[in-house]
Design a protein around this ligand. Structure first.
Ligand SMILES: C[S@@+](CC[C@H](N)C(=O)[O-])C[C@H]1O[C@@H](n2cnc3c(N)ncnc32)[C@H](O)[C@@H]1O
Length: 296
């Protein structure tokens, strides 16, 4: 006998209860995201379809999705896509899930009058992951050319898929930094701005992260070494070589482990100034911006 189609409201209630029993945060919102993905509509449209029948095939897909989320997989990987600023990225376990804080980092870079006025700014996204920063910059600055750097071949492959799908592949150049020294790969003073959300979590803290993050997102995207600053230091030092005079550096870092002060001090030593710290939406010191002073 063919299975009976249930209304979407019934499926959503059942999925919400299942996710809540398994301790998933925001179970209703999670169920709505899954239903919207299956129905190929926006989440707000789900509310308008509550009385409509959800086919047995759709209900089976919903079951698979809820079980994966309940087992601890990030919702963004289960959905296979996630919104970042005004576009949608493909998301999977090859790269970090793009975070709202990183949208703020992009906003900070895009608030630069110098970058907005430049006809064709030369930019670098250091640690591109899914490509979210590089693609956001390329979309917002139509003359920009962006070098999207990573040491992870799987992340670079995902970022390239995203750049192609979002129509900026001609202006985002991918650079595998695993086997090369960036200071050798580019001429000195090749960039007008470098934007980076590097791995910045201290190794010991990584071991204690929420299992949803620790066991599913790439360790390479999270672990910044003993004090979390291994790659941050590298970015600052290489930015000192690769930025043009008056070139701008925008960094995201770990507010919890107090990295803004040592990073600012390092940048001042490397010839950057002014160096500024910027808060995230929770008013924590999350971002540092700096301008490379013209040399002698
Ligand atoms: C925190 S993730 C950020 C990803 C993406 N930019 C975002 O904001 O969602 C850091 C990225 O840096 C890359 N990475 C780690 N070490 C690196 C290094 N030494 N040089 C370049 N990229 C590195 C990781 O593979 C990862 O994709």
């Amino acid at each position: 006998m063919a299975e009976e189609a249930r209304p979407l409201s019934w499926v959503l209630d059942a999925a919400t209860a299942y996710l809540a029993r398994r301790g998933v945060d925001s179970p209703r919102a999670t169920a709505e995201h899954l239903a919207a993905r299956i129905l190929r509509c926006g989440r707000s449209a789900v509310a308008q379809r509550l009385d409509l029948p959800f086919s047995p095939a759709a209900a089976a897909a919903m079951g698979r999705g809820t079980r994966r989320v309940a087992a601890g997989e990030p919702l963004q990987y289960v959905l296979g896509q996630w919104d970042f600023r005004d576009f949608t990225l493909k998301t999977d376990s090859r790269a970090l899930v793009p975070r709202p804080e990183t949208e703020q980092l992009v906003d900070l870079a895009l608030s630069s009058p110098r970058l907005r006025a430049a006809a064709s700014p030369r930019l670098m996204d250091y640690g591109t992951g899914s490509g979210c920063i590089a693609i956001a910059l390329a979309r917002a600055l139509p003359g920009a050319v962006v070098a999207a750097v990573d040491v992870s071949a799987p992340a670079l492959a995902l970022a390239a898929e995203n750049a192609a799908a979002l129509g900026v592949a001609d202006r985002v150049k991918f650079v595998d930094a695993s086997a090369l020294d960036l200071a050798d790969a580019f001429e000195p003073a090749s960039f007008d701005a470098i934007v980076s959300n590097p791995p910045y979590i201290p190794s010991a803290v990584c071991d204690r992260l929420d299992p949803k993050v620790r066991d599913h997102e790439p360790r390479l995207a999270l672990d910044g070494g003993a004090d979390g600053m291994d790659v941050l230091r590298q970015v600052c030092e290489e930015a000192g070589l690769l930025l043009a005079p008056e070139g701008e550096l925008y960094l995201e870092l770990d507010a919890e482990s107090g990295q803004a002060t040592p990073v600012s001090e390092l940048l001042a030593d490397l010839g950057f100034g002014p160096v500024r710290t910027h808060p995230d939406l929770s008013r924590r010191p999350r971002f540092v911006s700096a301008v490379l002073q013209a040399g002698l």
